[in-house]
Design a protein around this ligand. Structure first.
Ligand SMILES: Nc1ncnc2c1ncn2[C@@H]1O[C@H](COP(=O)(O)OP(=O)(O)OP(=O)(O)O)[C@@H](O)[C@H]1O
Ligand SMILES: [Mg+2]
Length: 353
C-alpha cells in the first residue's frame, strides 16, 4: 500500500508548465531521492507536497487521506531547505521548539519532545548555544531537529546538505541515514550529488522537464538506465555512436565511421543497425587477457585517490575514458603509452540520429 501517492499532478507558474502529469507512490519508511537538472521541477514538487504551492490539476494522498488542497499547517509534513532558515540569534532549543509553533502541546509535552529530538540529532551539549555560534554540521542538525520535532508524516529535504564542505557532508550523510532509519520517517531528498543519492536511497527518481523519467533502486538506475539522458546524468559514461558490423558469441564489432570497436556480446544487436553505445569507465578492462581487444594511446591520467581515470584516444581521435585501480608504480601505465583494452559491458540505446 502506498503511503504517499501523487496522481497526475500538473503545475503552472504563469504560462509555464513546470510539472506535467507527475504520478508516484512511496512506501512508508522509505528514503527516496530526486535527481534532475536544474529547473526540472524538483523543488516545485516538494513545495506542492508540503502545501506551499497549489497544484493546477491532479491529486495527492498521504496515508490514504487526500491532502491536495489541505492548508500547510494541517498537513503533518516537514520541509527543510538548503539554507535551513534558522534564527541565528536564538538558541538551539528555541530554534527546535519553533517547529511546534502551530501545535497545541503542553509545556511538559514540549520539553519531552525536545529532549527526545535533541538526543536523536546529538545536540545535548549545545542546547542553549546560539545558532550563529555553531558549526555547519551542527546547524544542519538543528534544522533537522526543528523538522523532526513535529513528528512529521513526511520529511522533505531540498538540497539540505549543500551548505556543508565535502568531509562534513559525508559525515552528515551517514547521520541523516541513521536518523532516518531510527525514526523510520518517510523521506524525499533532493540532491545534485549523484553519489549521495546512490549511497543513501532506497529508490531514486530521475526528473527531466517536469516529469519523472525513471524510477528505481540505485542499482537499477545506474546499471539499467532507461535512456541516454539517465545514463549520462548518473555517473560517468562514454557515449559512442556506431553501426553494428558483426555479432559473435563472445564479442560484437561496431563501426564508428571507419574506426572498429569491439564490445561485449549483445544478443539483441543486429548487423547493420545504428545505435548509440554507452560504456561506464569501470567496465573497460585494461589488464585483460581477452583475445579480442581495442587499441589506443593514453592521452591523460587523472588521479582520483584509489582510482585513476584515463583518457584513451583511438586512431580516429575518439576519446574513451576508463577507470583503473591505482596500482604500484612499477606496473603503472603512463601518458603516451599504447594500450590494449577490452569493453566488458555496455548499453545501447535507440538509433543514432
Ligand atoms: N515562484 C515561481 N514563479 C515562477 N516560476 C518559478 C517559480 N519557482 C520556480 N519557477 C520556475 O519553475 C521551474 C522549476 O523550478 P524548480 O525550482 O522546481 O526547479 P529545480 O528542479 O528545483 O531546480 P534547481 O535544481 O535549480 O533547484 C524553473 O523553470 C523555475 O524558473
Ligand atoms: Mg530546487
Amino acid at each position: 500500500m502506498s503511503y504517499l501517492k501523487i496522481e497526475n499532478v500538473s503545475k503552472y507558474y504563469g504560462d509555464d508548465l513546470v510539472l506535467e502529469n507527475v504520478s508516484m507512490s512511496i512506501k512508508k519508511g522509505s528514503f527516496v531521492s530526486i535527481l534532475g537538472p536544474s529547473g526540472c521541477g524538483k523543488t516545485t514538487l516538494l513545495k506542492i507536497i508540503s502545501g506551499i504551492e497549489k497544484v493546477y490539476k491532479g491529486k495527492i494522498y498521504l496515508k490514504n487521506n487526500e491532502i491536495t488542497n489541505m492548508p500547510i499547517y494541517k498537513r503533518n509534513v516537514a520541509l527543510v531547505f538548503q539554507n535551513y532558515a534558522l534564527f541565528p540569534h536564538l538558541s538551539v532549543k528555541e530554534n527546535i521548539l519553533y517547529g511546534l509553533k502551530n501545535k497545541k502541546n503542553t509545556k511538559e509535552e514540549k520539553e519531552n519532545l525536545l529532549e527526545e529530538i535533541i538526543s536523536i540529532v546529538k545536540l545535548k551539549d549545545f542546547v542553549n548555544r546560539k545558532v550563529n555560534e555553531l558549526s555547519g554540521g551542527q546547524r544542519q542538525r538543528v534544522a533537522l531537529g526543528r523538522a523532526l520535532i513535529i513528528k512529521p508524516d513526511l520529511l522533505l529535504l531540498d538540497e539540505s546538505l549543500n551548505a556543508l564542505d565535502r568531509e562534513l557532508r559525508i559525515k552528515m550523510q551517514s547521520e541523516l541515514k541513521e536518523i532516518q532509519k531510527k525514526t523510520n520517517i518517510t523521506t524525499i531528498f533532493i540532491t545534485h550529488d549523484q553519489e549521495e543519492a546512490l549511497k543513501l536511497s532506497d529508490e531514486i527518481m530521475v526528473m527531466r522537464d517536469g516529469a519523472i523519467v525513471q524510477r528505481g533502486t540505485p542499482k537499477d538506475i545506474y546499471e539499467q538506465p532507461k535512456d541516454l539522458f539517465v545514463a549520462k546524468f548518473i555517473g560517468e559514461i562514454n557515449v559512442l555512436g556506431g553501426m553494428v558490423k558483426s555479432v559473435k558469441e563472445d564479442f560484437c564489432e561496431i563501426d564508428m565511421g571507419g574506426q572498429r570497436l569491439f564490445i561485449n556480446p549483445h544478443k539483441n544487436l543486429k548487423v547493420g543497425q545504428a545505435h548509440t553505445f554507452a560504456v561506464r569507465p569501470e567496465k573497460i578492462n585494461i589488464w585483460n587477457k581477452e583475445k579480442v581487444y581495442n587499441e589506443g594511446v593514453i592521452e591523460d591520467i587523472t588521479y582520483k585517490g584509489n582510482m585513476e581515470m584515463c583518457s584513451v584516444i583511438l586512431q580516429n581521435a575518439t576519446k574513451v575514458k576508463l577507470m583503473m585501480q591505482n596500482m604500484d608504480d612499477s606496473d603503472k601505465i603512463k601518458k603516451g603509452d599504447k594500450i590494449k583494452f577490452a569493453i566488458t559491458d555496455s548499453m545501447f540505446f535507440g538509433k543514432e540520429k
